[in-house]
Design a protein around this ligand. Structure first.
Ligand code: ATP
Length: 346
């Protein structure tokens, strides 16, 4: 922990939340220690308490502290927070100006699905604009309009992120939008993708119309690895793909903020998709699977690819072997599942 800060360790800011957050954090610490011998720089966690009581006590100062540490250390792990009068997720998003959201969706062993094929898709979406920043207005009684915004800078960040990820995965990029109809807005997005593509001659790229791509994913999922798309399309696509793998709560996501001049990542936040689950908090029942995936994605970001692969394999092997928590039909407690993952890492 922070007071024993050691220079050979890599500091990860840990944004603690409500409900099952504390148990998820304990599990993450356990697997991080199991991974330590295999990491170039083992992790140490610097906690910031974003739980509701702490937010009520400290107000804006707490967010100032969180923002400062997230920028200073670049990588942070966030656990579920209760949305009350305020949404901590929205506040962090606005303060840090996250321009890109990355949602990996992969078939999970032993989870029942209606969809029979496997998918392994990284959805990269512009984190701002689209139709989400204007709630619209009425023009008289029978008409309403809203503004849809596509900007060059976040489009370029998203495209660059997607191409870099595809290069790491030795995979292809599909940029998806409605560029034949939304010629100016989606045309600008595709233009940004084409520009970025010039720097990645080794990465195959094609563009697809978003609607036909949805059918394509369902009919030929193996043709899709990294998809980059505007904000609202990415939102829809993420949930559809989660539905294909049988769970919205078992995934993770990451948000990235960039330096406007250099394009370098100035802050990255990784989080499990699920909520605070107050009904099971403190009962050793929380499933830390998504928190482990978030940690694994964080390891990739900080360049610990061996550790990332090791953790991912350990978690998926556990599930394939039926070692899993109650919520997904196994008999293990949070602690026992965590111990099973640690054993496989070792
Ligand atoms: P929030 O308001 O934070 O979204 P919620 O309880 O309304 O909280 P979820 O947290 O998404 O919504 O929980 C929905 C259901 O799924 C609950 O019954 C909860 O116990 C269960 N659940 C959610 N996350 C987990 C998890 N990580 N492990 C086990 N069960 C979970």
């Amino acid at each position: 922990m922070a007071p024993h800060s050691h220079p050979s360790r890599r500091t990860i800011v840990e944004l603690l939340g409500d409900g099952i957050s504390a148990e998820l954090s304990t599990s993450v610490h356990a697997v991080a220690e199991a991974l330590a011998p295999r990491l170039e720089r083992p992790l140490e966690f610097l906690p910031v308490d974003l739980s509701q009581p702490s937010r009520e006590r400290h107000g804006e100062k707490l967010y100032d502290q969180a923002e400062g540490l997230m920028r200073e250390h670049r990588a942070s792990l966030k656990y579920p927070t209760a949305t009350t009068a305020e949404s901590p997720n929205k506040i962090l998003r606005d303060r840090l100006d996250f321009a890109v959201i990355h949602r990996p969706v992969v078939t999970i062993p032993s989870i029942a699905t209606n969809f029979t094929q496997s998918i392994d898709i990284d959805i990269v979406r512009i984190g701002t604009g689209g139709t989400y920043e204007d709630s619209g207005r009425r023009l008289g009684h029978d008409v309403a309009v809203s503004l849809r915004v596509i900007e060059r800078v976040p489009s370029t960040h998203a495209a660059r992120f997607a191409f870099e990820l595809a290069r790491q995965r030795r995979a292809s990029v599909v940029s998806a939008s409605k560029y034949t109809i939304q010629r100016e807005t989606d045309g600008l997005f595709e233009e940004c993708c084409e520009r970025v593509k010039i720097d990645f001659p080794d990465v195959p790229h094609r563009r697809e119309l978003f609607d036909s791509m949805l059918a394509g994913i369902i009919m030929n999922p193996e043709r899709y690895q990294v998809i980059v798309t505007p904000n609202e399309y990415g939102d829809f696509l993420s949930d559809m793909c989660c539905g294909l793998v049988g769970s919205i709560a078992l995934g993770d996501s990451a948000s990235y903020a960039f330096d406007p001049h250099s394009g370098a990542v100035v802050a990255a936040m990784f989080d499990p998709a699920g909520g605070t689950a107050p009904d099971i908090a403190g009962r050793d029942k929380a499933n830390p699977f998504a928190a482990f995936l978030a940690l694994s994605n964080l390891l990739r970001f900080v360049g610990e690819s061996e550790g990332q692969g090791l953790l991912r394999r350990a978690v998926f092997q556990c599930l394939a072997a039926g070692e899993k928590t109650d919520d997904i039909g196994g008999g293990l407690s949070t602690r026992d599942f965590t111990a099973a993952v640690c054993r496989r890492i070792a």
